[in-house]
Design a protein around this ligand. Structure first.
Ligand code: ATP
Ligand code: MG
Length: 352
């Protein structure tokens, strides 16, 4: 029995009062030595009185201590949960023998939870700061370019046939890039807030891959990269959002062209049956990704230094979108890469 237990407090007090009663009333009766019958009746009355006194004292203390603890705990509960303690809670507290231990544990648990929440909010704040920093940094370059070209044109360049058309064309490229960044950011924000509607249908992933490869054919031809689909005529049925998966394939295959070898590049797309899922793998023999960069390529705006050197067009948003799309399908995406050999991106899709 713990001494801070309301039951123990009531029990000890009741025992003390009853002991006092025994000393005060029983002993004089002994001392007076009345007749046997009178003594017997007196004993009965005294024992009954003692029992009633014990029970009365016990319940009085139990009630008072419970009430006191309840009033204190109600305040604690109110402040940690910001709620109004219900009347029924009192019953719950009273029937609970280890009420103080429980409150101690609950308060400690609440403290831990709050600490975690603070950490999470700090992380979110960091994330938000990074995000704003990244966005303004990415928007700055094309905006300054537009400003530079427009100023030059206004300051007389418009009448100079050697630059006027060229500067307008460059302005258009920068504006297109701005639009693309804003569109990609909008898409990421939508994906991150979980507001994504997937229109899942049964379709042939090989056919969609063929469409993507055809769409990128000119670019592949310019870069002299050979794009091969493994078993292009054998359908592989999956259950997913067709347009979103086309977007995934477009970015991954486009990356193999962008970060592939200028000549002699080779991109291969293969499909593997994995019981419930289909694994799609896109392999290239391009510039590769260093091991320390691998876990970061799916972050927004993250670009490797070799990637930046080889292409100024990248925004570092494609793979972030890809990862969100695959995760929204409750599937996985991974990447492996070896410098001097190339890179493989693999993602799974539900088989249909
Ligand atoms: N196949 C690849 N080989 C080598 N590096 C790659 C490959 N794919 C991606 N990367 C690296 O990962 C980075 C992030 O790729 P991601 O697709 O997110 O952005 P991006 O292609 O640069 O721009 P965009 O937003 O237009 O897609 C690239 O900048 C590049 O450094
Ligand atoms: Mg990309």
């Amino acid at each position: 029995m713990k001494f801070h237990d309301p039951h123990a407090i009531a029990f000890l007090n009741a025992s003390a009062v009853t002991a006092g009663y025994v000393v005060l009333f029983f002993l004089p009766v002994f001392a007076l030595e009345p007749a046997l019958l009178a003594r017997f009746i007196t004993y009965i009355v005294m024992v009954a009185g003692g029992a009633i006194l014990f029970a009365g004292t016990y319940f009085f203390f139990r009630y008072t201590v419970d009430k006191f603890i309840y009033s204190k705990i109600r305040l604690i509960y109110k402040s940690i949960y910001s709620i109004k303690a219900q009347k029924t809670d009192r019953q719950r507290f009273r029937s609970n023998r280890n009420i103080l231990d429980n409150v101690e544990q609950e308060v400690a648990h609440w403290g831990e939870e709050k600490q975690k929440e603070i950490e999470r909010l700090k992380q979110l704040e960091e994330y938000r700061k990074d995000f704003i920093g990244n966005v303004s940094h990415e928007l700055k370059t094309p905006l300054f370019n537009v400003q530079g070209y427009v100023s030059t044109l206004l300051e007389g360049g418009l009448d100079d046939p050697s630059i006027n058309k060229e500067y307008l064309r460059r302005t258009e490229i920068s504006v297109e890039r701005l639009i693309k960044i804003v569109e990609d950011l909008g898409e990421i924000a939508q994906l991150e807030s979980g507001q994504i509607y997937l229109n899942k249908v049964r379709f042939d992933i090989v056919a969609v891959t063929r469409e993507v490869v055809e769409m990128l054919e000119i670019k592949a031809h310019e870069k002299e990269v050979q794009v091969i689909i493994n078993q292009p005529d054998k359908p592989v049925w999956v259950h997913a959002d067709r347009d979103k998966i086309r977007q995934v394939l477009t970015n991954i295959i486009d990356n193999t062209l962008r970060y592939g070898l200028d000549q002699g590049g080779r991109t291969k797309i293969s499909f593997f049956d994995m019981d419930e899922n289909i694994l799609v793998e896109v392999t290239d023999n391009g510039i590769a990704i260093d091991q320390e960069d691998l876990p970061r390529v799916f972050e927004r705006f993250y670009r490797t230094s070799r990637g930046r050197e080889i292409s100024s067009k990248g925004k570092g948003l494609g793979l972030a979108i890809v990862k969100h799309i695959i995760e929204a399908h409750q599937q996985t995406i991974n990447v492996r890469s070896t410098v001097g050999v190339g890179t493989t991106f693999g993602f799974t899709l539900r088989k249909a």
